[in-house]
Design a protein around this ligand. Structure first.
Ligand code: ADP
Ligand code: MG
Length: 692
């Protein structure tokens, strides 16, 4: 149960003054539905209202003045502004209002009364004006407005004053909490407590206070990262406690597989295999990520791990996110398996009836050792005789629960997750905590570098001419269409249009695939391209994942500037898979901004996916890195990993220690940490403390 003192923060924002149902919708869009969200809506700017000049010496700019209301000057022409003349002992100023409501102004600025007014003063010759003052209060409330005023990111329809008032009221609900960060760290970093830091971040006194590197914001970022790392550490601890089984093979089958390969394993493939074999031999469950660029050869590593499970007397399953990918894995694995006398089966949503029944019976009896499939593998009637290893490819398309669902079909199943997304170390830590990682860093021997060029769209015809020559030489070409919009419909229109145009230029041998097609139709077109019956394959980004046509040597990406770097890298990885020289043409819409230029330049410089990902993180920040929320990487609110990377490493180390010393968070510090977890909505991690 959440500690009571946090409850005021978990109330809906409608409890705050001035936030009714209508404004709540806007504020929710801005920050979130709860008070705890609003307290985290930090200012992005600052207005200094402390300057208080006499009118005779007032310059232009933001100032706060104390004046006497002399005269209301209502114009008869409605297009002329309403003016209120005011004075101090040294001069006059006109407060100017357009579309004014007279009754309101008479109440706010009663004749003969003293008022404190803050806003931007303009001086025209000898005349002083202030158009639409930001604040008007009775003179004895001067202190209320003569301040450093935070400026918040806004949304249309939500007035700054209302938002600020709501945030102030939200801050009053912030309780005093016990310290959850270690005393030594707090002292060394010269941090204040969570509450004080939050208040400081909300009430900046200088530009420096707005920086992500200010002590207050660093502390809040650290709190967020610590909650993330602690939650992951707790979940991990719980999984470790679930007993695994030592899966130790004798190596015989693996040797046969390696012997059957038409190539030599790369050094990093060998290393990855031995790391996996060592993990599987432990009596705890393996949780390992196999990370390697497209084409780096993950599939054979997976096969060797599977062979190890078979040697140990059990079964193994490989789960792919799409039908195409499952088929492709199967097509790669089956011939190899055949050579070494291993049976392997494929199971997707398309398998039905008798054939499916036979596969399932075979699997349940244990005669069938290996299976590749889609989420069809997780259907209830799919049972294994003794599943020892589950491999999940392209994990970010699966949720944690789905991964577990497959692992739950056996006892103490070892889990290997494969991904082609070159997630930077920092981000990996936020998604998996301390997960073990094997990386395939080399390309298989014989691959040639891909010639990458950036070309402005105006020179499309030159590109087309070059392609014509290449096709004569037998080239096969991917043509990826612009990402026009978030909307699939508009993207599709662009792809269809490009397909039509390319057909006019190149004739019949131009195919089109997109996400809205029936999968049979899409598969048929892809197959035609793979077989060499099409020269050009026009595609929306559906080809991004996993397609393997080694004969394809040219990749054209239109509006490359609109794609994420990681995505471009993935697309480029579709070529350069065979022995022939490949090229990649990135068509862009000129002119390019500085960042866009720098980003495309990185692709020209390197094919190293990890470096590209790190640079992308540096240029764009982590949130956008993978473009979507489906990446499994949490979005941080206070922390910016491009800036706070060192805090993340520190949080990981602290979390590890904390969990080691106090796995149930029972100590005084542990109680405080529970508070932290609730505050950052890591409730599910707390559950692991009780159900374990
Ligand atoms: P990934 O799944 O990592 O994208 P694949 O496993 O599909 O890559 O491998 C891509 C291609 O490289 C396949 O055709 C595979 O046969 C080949 N390959 C894998 N390892 C090697 C190697 N060590 N040397 C040469 N070719 C390899
Ligand atoms: Mg693959």
């Amino acid at each position: 149960m959440r500690p009571n003192i946090l409850n005021p923060l978990f109330a809906p924002i409608t409890v705050l003054p001035g936030i009714g149902q209508r404004l709540a919708k806007l504020a929710e869009k801005l920050a979130g539905p709860l008070v705890v969200d609003l307290i985290g809506h930090l200012p992005s700017g600052l207005i200094d209202r402390r300057h208080q000049p006499h009118l005779s010496t007032a310059e232009g700019g933001i100032a706060t003045i104390v004046v006497r209301v002399e005269r209301h000057m209502k114009s008869h022409n409605p297009r002329q502004p309403y003016k209120v003349r005011c004075s101090d002992s040294t001069g006059f100023i006109d407060l100017v209002f357009f579309n004014a409501r007279e009754d309101y102004l008479l109440r706010a600025l009663p004749l003969g009364q003293m008022r404190a007014v803050s806003g931007r003063i303009d001086r025209f010759g000898g005349e002083l004006n202030m158009v639409h003052p930001d604040h008007i209060v009775p003179a004895d409330e001067l202190a209320k407005i003569q301040i450093m005023e935070p400026v918040y990111p806004l949304t249309a329809g939500l007035a700054p004053k209302i938002l600020r008032k709501a945030i102030e009221a939200a801050l009053e609900r912030v309780p005093k909490v016990p310290e959850w960060i270690g005393a030594a760290v707090v002292k060394q970093r010269q941090w204040t407590g969570w509450r004080e830091s939050l208040l400081a971040a909300q009430h900046p006194q200088s530009e420096g206070d707005l920086s992500a590197l200010s002590p207050a914001r660093m502390r809040l970022a650290y709190d967020e990262l610590l909650s993330n790392q602690l939650a992951l550490a707790l979940v991990r601890l719980r999984n470790k406690r679930k007993a695994g089984r030592p899966n130790k093979g004798n190596g015989a089958l693996r040797r046969r597989v390696v012997g059957a390969l038409p190539y030599k394993l790369t050094h990093s493939q060998e290393q990855a295999v031995s790391e996996i074999i060592a993990d599987m031999a432990e009596s705890t469950r393996m949780l390992r990520l196999l990370q390697g660029d497209v084409g780096s050869g993950k599939t054979v590593v997976a096969l060797l791990a599977m062979a190890n499970a078979v040697e140990a007397g059990g079964q193994a399953a490989l789960l792919a996110p799409t039908d195409i990918l499952a088929r492709q894995h199967f097509a790669t694995l089956e011939p190899l398996c055949k050579q070494v006398g291993l049976e392997i089966a494929l199971l997707t949503g398309r398998d039905k009836g008798k054939a499916r029944d036979a596969t399932l019976a075979h699997l349940a009896s244990g005669d069938l050792k290996l299976i590749v499939g889609t989420h069809a593998l997780m259907q209830e009637d799919v049972a294994f005789s003794d599943l020892r290893l589950a491999i999940v490819d392209e994990q970010h398309r699966f949720g944690v629960e789905q991964r577990m669902a497959l692992a739950d079909k056996g006892a103490g199943v070892d889990l290997l997750v494969m991904t082609a997304t070159p997630i930077p170390r920092t981000l990996m830590m936020t998604a998996y905590g301390d997960i073990d990682v094997s990386r395939l860093t080399e390309k298989p021997a014989g691959r040639q570098p891909i010639d990458t060029r950036t070309v402005p769209l105006e020179r499309l015809h030159e590109v087309a001419d070059a392609l014509k020559r290449a096709i004569v030489q037998g080239a096969r070409i991917y043509w990826v269409c612009p990402l026009v919009d978030e909307s699939e419909v508009i993207d599709l229109a662009a792809a269809t249009e490009r397909h039509r145009m390319l057909r006019q230029m190149f004739g019949e041998r131009v195919g089109l695939v997109h996400g809205k097609q029936k999968s049979a139709e899409r598969d048929a077109t892809m197959a035609a391209f793979a077989a060499g019956d099409l020269d050009i394959l026009v595609a929306t980004t559906v080809i991004e994942v996993g397609v393997n046509v080694p004969e394809a040597t040219v990749m054209v990406v239109e509006h490359a500037e609109r794609f994420g770097l990681a995505q471009l890298h993935q697309l480029r990885g579709r070529v350069g898979r065979g022995l022939a020289k490949s090229s990649c043409v990135l068509l862009y819409q000129a002119p390019l901004g500085e960042t866009a230029k720098a980003r495309l330049q990185i692709l020209r410089e390197t094919e190293d996916g990890f470096r590209i990902a790190e640079e992308d993180l540096r240029l764009r920040g982590g949130g956008e890195l993978l473009g979507t929320r489906q990446s499994g990487i949490p979005e941080f609110h206070y922390a910016d990993l491009a800036v706070h990377g060192d805090l993340l490493a520190m949080a990981r180390d602290d979390a590890r220690l904390l969990v080691e010393r106090d796995p149930l968070l029972k100590s005084e510090r542990g109680e405080a940490l529970r508070m932290l977890l609730y505050l950052f909505r890591q409730d599910s991690a707390i559950k692991t403390l009780t159900s374990g």
